[in-house]
Structure formats: structure tokens, C-alpha cells
Design a protein around this ligand. Structure first.
Ligand SMILES: NC(=O)c1ccc[n+]([C@@H]2O[C@H](COP(=O)([O-])OP(=O)(O)OC[C@H]3O[C@@H](n4cnc5c(N)ncnc54)[C@H](OP(=O)(O)O)[C@@H]3O)[C@@H](O)[C@H]2O)c1
Length: 190
């Protein structure tokens, strides 16, 4: 991805390697533990259901690292997507509670995996909202987001303000369904 070295993690190292091969870039695959141990920065992108358990398992390997959480705690019913109540306030705050020795940042909640994977898409027209309490870490994640063509990383506040960013994904999913789109957001005047 944009010249970065990427290791794809999975609960199964074989599955990770196979998915990495399918991607066709210079991506390698490893178990989640090995992936966390190798990386300087780890992006957590698993369903909400497995979030807490996975982070508890990986906490020792994630100590000292920047952990970017993009998990959206959403439920789905006949009316579409809706936000779930999270005792800690948000998935990112839950991550920070489980990983006191990591530098947790919230980002990439609204980026469509479909667009990222589409070889015909050469630029994605959206901003990435980045939240966190560690200025050096949020700066780095903003820069990382901005390496994707079309995308800007925009600082959007402290980690305690991640809940509404996660919940807003439910609105974007409604927009996508109504307009058959992969919607994003742009912040004006910055
Ligand atoms: N899809 C998007 O466009 C998008 C965009 C922004 C944010 N997100 C957020 O990113 C997260 C992942 O979304 P996704 O669409 O990639 O979901 P997904 O395809 O269902 O899950 C991604 C991977 O997570 C692993 N996984 C599944 N259940 C798990 C569990 N209980 N514990 C640990 N690992 C588990 C699986 O890998 P293994 O089985 O190989 O371990 C799976 O391939 C969600 O929280 C979502 O809100 C998604």
C-alpha cells in the first residue's frame, strides 16, 4: 500500500498468507500474534463481536505500538444499520482500556473496503477523521491516510470523541443503500 510494508493478520496464518497472495501486492500474511509483533503500527479491523477478546489476547504483542482502531460497533435489522451502546463509550475507547501500554488512535471508520480493493479506482474522494490523545500518533496516522490517493487525514479530536464517528457509519450505510454509492465525507474549510 503506497510503498508501506504490510503484514495481513488472521486467526489462521495459512488464511492470512492465502489472502495476502490473493491481494497480489507486496503483502505478506501471518498469525495475528506474529503480525502484531512485526508491525510498528497495527490496524485493528475485525467485527465488533470479536474486538475485546482479540485485543485482550494481543495486548502483550501490542505494547508500545500505535494501534489504529477502525471498528464500528453496529447492529443490523430490517431498518438497516444502527449504533450499539458501548460501555467504554466507543470501540476505540474500549481498545484503549484493554491496551493501556499501546498508543490507540481511531481512524479509517468510513473508508470503503470495496473502493480500496477496486483496481479501477485510482483515487478515493474522502477525508479520514483521525482521533486520539497522542499527538505524535495522530499526526503519523493522518500522514498514513494521506498517502492514499484522494484521501486527506484530518485530526478530529480526542479519543473520547470517537463514538459519534463510529456511529456515523450507520448513516453512511443508509446513504449507500439509498443511493447505491460508496459514500465518504469531506470536512470543509480545512
Ligand atoms: N468493510 C468496510 O468497508 C469497513 C470500512 C471501515 C471500517 N470497517 C470496520 O472494520 C471491521 C471489519 O470489517 P470487515 O468488513 O473487514 O469484516 P469481516 O470481513 O467480517 O472481518 C474481517 C476479518 O476479521 C476476522 N474475524 C472475524 N471474526 C472475528 C472474531 N470474532 N475475532 C477475531 N477476528 C475475527 C476474520 O479474519 P480471520 O477469520 O482470518 O481471522 C475476517 O476476515 C468492522 O468492525 C467494520 O466496522 C469496515
Amino acid at each position: 500500500m503506497s510503498g508501506q510494508r504490510v503484514v495481513l493478520g488472521s486467526r489462521s496464518a495459512e488464511r492470512a498468507q492465502s489472502a495476502a497472495n490473493d491481494l497480489g501486492f507486496d503483502v505478506t500474511g501471518a498469525s495475528n500474534e506474529d503480525c502484531a509483533a512485526q508491525a510498528d503500527l497495527v490496524i485493528v479491523a475485525v467485527p465488533w463481536d470479536g474486538h475485546a477478546e482479540l485485543l485482550q489476547e494481543l495486548a502483550p504483542a501490542l505494547a508500545g505500538k500505535i494501534v489504529v482502531d477502525c471498528v464500528n460497533p453496529l447492529g443490523f435489522d430490517k431498518q438497516g444499520a444502527f449504533g450499539l451502546a458501548v460501555p467504554e463509550g466507543s470501540a476505540a475507547q474500549q481498545a484503549a482500556a484493554i491496551l493501556p501500554d499501546s498508543r490507540v488512535v481511531g481512524a479509517f471508520h468510513h473508508i470503503s473496503a470495496v473502493l480500496l480493493l477496486d483496481a479501477a479506482v485510482d483515487s478515493i474522494d474522502t477525508d479520514v477523521l483521525v482521533v486520539g490523545d497522542d499527538r505524535e500518533a495522530t499526526d503519523l496516522v493522518q500522514a498514513l491516510a494521506s498517502r492514499i490517493a484522494g484521501i486527506r487525514g484530518v485530526y478530529a479530536g480526542r479519543l473520547r470523541n470517537c463514538g459519534q464517528i463510529e456511529m456515523f457509519t450507520a448513516n453512511l450505510i443508509s446513504i449507500n443503500r439509498r443511493y447505491k454509492a460508496h459514500s465518504g465525507i469531506r470536512v470543509t474549510d480545512v
